[in-house]
Design a protein around this ligand. Structure first.
Ligand code: FMN
Length: 226
């Protein structure tokens, strides 16, 4: 069979990999059990605009979080690293209507500055504070389109120039029902056309070596059985 011989695949949500995030929210009275700070795991999340920075998250009406976010128009996107992966999965199979997921997971809810009601997860490396500007009913899910109004990040992620280095965060991605730890850096925006100095600075090795490494990987060593 030719390597790229194609077959038809049934229609599904096959666009992968995607981020998987923990969305925190709370109702207007966090003292009430039904409005306490909550966490929901969401894979249908994405960036939808650069200026102003905007995101969308798609949540089913049946989720407890849908009620909280609809009531306040606020939520926080908490990025997921390796240390949070198990809690992330847990928050995607249990409902805040039945239990306090912050408590079950041993996570810390901190009030988000600049938002009136939402809390963020202290243990997450990056917390993105969002205000809903529009809700679109798409079918199974309602898409909350929101503007980013604040971002907090763990200090260890910042370099000496104040740039955030997410490569240090051991981030997790979601690929067709499974969680993966992001691994090897293989390039950067524009690396295909970068000059050798820029390439070496960003990648830590010379472009020529990269070329020969690629050749070595494509051509098995003589004498070795595959
Ligand atoms: C990996 C993963 C991704 C998920 N993505 C979504 C999603 O994008 N939208 C959604 O409505 N539910 C999604 N869920 C399901 C909710 O997280 C789950 O129903 C959760 O228990 C709802 O919590 P809540 O009732 O406290 O809001 C996902 C679950 C998992 C495990």
């Amino acid at each position: 069979m030719a390597k790229h011989e194609k077959t038809d695949v049934g229609l599904s949500t096959i666009l992968n990999p995607v981020p998987v995030v923990m969305i925190s929210s709370a109702g207007k009275d966090p003292e009430k059990e039904s409005e306490r700070p909550n966490i929901v795991t969401v894979a249908w999340a994405g960036t939808v605009n650069s200026e102003p920075p905007m995101v969308s998250v798609s949540i089913r009406k049946s989720r407890h979080s849908h009620k909280l976010i609809s009531e306040t128009g606020e939520f926080v996107i908490n990025l997921v690293n390796k240390a949070l992966a198990k809690n992330c999965d847990y928050c995607g199979v249990k409902s805040g209507a039945d239990e306090d997921k912050f408590k079950s997971c041993g996570l810390t809810a901190v009030k988000a500055e600049g938002l009136d009601y939402a809390y963020y997860i202290e243990e997450s490396p990056v917390n993105i504070f969002c205000k809903v500007v529009e809700v679109k009913e798409l079918g199974s899910h309602d898409m909350f389109i929101a503007e980013i109004v604040g971002i907090k990040a763990d200090k260890y992620l910042m370099d000496e120039n104040g740039k955030i280095c997410l490569d240090k965060a051991k981030m997790v991605a979601y690929n067709h029902g499974e969680y993966f730890l992001l691994g090897e850096k293989i390039g950067f925006f524009g690396y295909s056309v970068a000059n050798p100095e820029v390439f070496e600075k960003r990648m830590g090795y010379k472009k020529e070596r990269d070329k020969y490494k690629r050749i070595r990987e494509q051509e098995p060593k003589k004498g070795k059985k595959y």
